[in-house]
Design a protein around this ligand. Structure first.
Ligand code: 5AD
Ligand code: SF4
Length: 435
């Protein structure tokens, strides 16, 4: 008998990508076959982000659009999983005719049953108790040579703007033994560059193993060569972790350290629990301990009550620190969060103007930083065929910069030495000179 086929379309952060890989494993084990071809699919699953309203609107639009496939294929099922499903899954089931099932972030083990239910036109309940770590499930990675390894789920921080603690539940760390065995296996399967994932990796704690200890243990595994991690919270990044980063060769010279704002007033109202001075001290410590470290960040503008002066403090701090890259966001009110009810919500027009200023500033800084790379020889992990030219490949440096260069696609998954000769936007151009 032919196996039913499913596809997954993932939007959002690396955590969602990693979750989709868990789902691919669960459904494959249950007898379904994964396909990337939507025309071939009997089940199309969307896994989507809800951090900002825009992400949510996009997936709702896409589900409605893909629903037209049902005219030609009557038994096609369409499902929505992940953060949006967790937040408003029941509402969407009522609102979108073509949506057949939903499953929250901790319900993936039940997906085979949820799908069987949906075939009978029955609707399963959304679950709201969060305790799942998918401890024993080895993600089925379909693409590329980088492995995302989830080390913790959920978040206890309740930053006042953020929906994540409501849709992913309380923070829980995965057993370090399960993490080590997953990383080792990934390395043996050819994933030499791994990224440890959690909303707040610096508060990882399992028994006596904290994040610094975990990094040391993973560094000892011979099957992998590069270790990355996201996301670090400035209030929890310890000297111990900075020292491990400085001392362990395999830990990449890169940190993603969301700053969010340069105004102490706004940071406090965001419930971030650090000040601008603390953030600056961390940047100094990192740069003193790891001189070539690349620092990237998230910055938000237009948070309630952000005055022009507050905004300028953010702008000036970005100018001072000179991040290698900044993910810039305009504040998006999320239903149920504390900030949604704050006074002095900022006009959309002002939010957009401020966002554009931050984007323009970072573009200049990134280009300047990337131009400084010209002439350097870097070790690149080859990841993909270039999107623009199939005779070129793209890869990543230890400090997380993308390099494009002419090379055979057989080099994907290997390390090569590349000499940088140009920087275009946030892409470096290089020439291979030694294997
Ligand atoms: N509005 C805008 N940006 C947000 N982020 C999180 N919640 C919101 C929101 N409500 C941003 C933060 C976070 C990144 C992942 O998304 O900057 O670090
Ligand atoms: Fe959201 Fe803050 Fe948790 Fe990050 S640390 S997921 S911004 S609540």
């Amino acid at each position: 008998m032919q196996r039913e086929k499913f596809s997954i379309i993932t939007y959002g952060c690396q955590m969602n990508v990693a979750d989709s890989e868990v789902v691919v494993r669960i459904l494959t084990k249950a007898g379904y076959e994964f396909t990337e071809n939507l025309n071939d699919s009997d089940i199309i699953i969307f896994n989507s982000c809800t951090v900002r309203q825009h992400a949510e609107d996009r997936v709702v639009g896409r589900i409605t659009q893909e629903g037209s496939r049902k005219k030609a294929k009557h038994n096609l099922l369409i499902g929505l999983i992940g953060c949006v499903a967790q937040r408003i899954g029941n509402e969407l089931l009522n609102k979108i005719d073509s949506l057949d099932f939903v499953a929250g972030t901790d319900q993936y083990r039940n997906l085979p049953e949820i799908i069987e239910f949906a075939k009978l036109k029955n609707i399963s309940n959304l679950q709201e108790n969060y305790n799942e770590n998918y401890e024993d499930i080895y993600p089925l990675r379909k693409k590329n040579v980088n492995a995302f390894v989830t080390i913790m789920r959920g978040c206890n921080n309740f930053c006042s703007y953020c929906i994540v603690p409501y849709v992913r539940g309380k923070e829980r760390s995965r057993n370090f033994k399960a993490i080590l065995s997953e990383v080792e296996k990934a390395g043996k399967n050819g994933f030499k560059d791994i990224t440890l994932l959690g909303q707040n990796v610096n508060s990882y704690n399992f028994g006596k193993c904290n994040f610094a200890e975990l990094l040391k243990k993973i560094s000892k595994l011979s099957s992998i060569e590069r270790i990355r991690f996201v996301t670090s919270h400035p209030k929890d990044l310890s000297d111990e972790v900075i020292n491990v980063m400085a001392n362990e060769e395999k830990i990449c010279e890169h940190i993603h350290l969301p700053m969010q704002s340069g105004s102490d007033k706004i940071l406090q109202s965001m419930n971030r629990k650090y000040t601008k001075t603390h953030y600056l001290k961390l940047v100094d410590k990192l740069r003193n301990s790891i001189p070539d470290i690349a620092i990237t960040t998230d910055v938000m503008c237009g948070f309630p009550d952000e005055t022009e002066k507050d905004f300028l403090e953010t702008y000036d701090l970005m100018k001072k620190i000179k991040f290698d890259y900044t993910f810039t966001f305009k504040y998006s009110p999320r239903n149920g969060t504390a900030a949604e009810k704050f006074d002095n919500q900022i006009d959309e027009k002002i939010r957009l103007e401020r966002l554009q200023k931050l984007i323009n500033l970072q573009e200049k800084i990134t280009l300047q930083k990337y131009k400084e790379q010209i002439g350097k020889s870097v070790k690149v992990y080859v990841e993909n065929i270039s999107k623009k030219d199939e005779n070129e490949v793209s890869g990543r440096t230890c400090d997380n910069k993308i390099v494009v260069f002419s090379a055979d696609k057989n080099l994907i998954g290997k390390f090569v030495k590349v000499k940088i000769y140009d920087a275009i936007g946030w892409t470096l151009k290089g020439k291979i000179y030694k294997r």
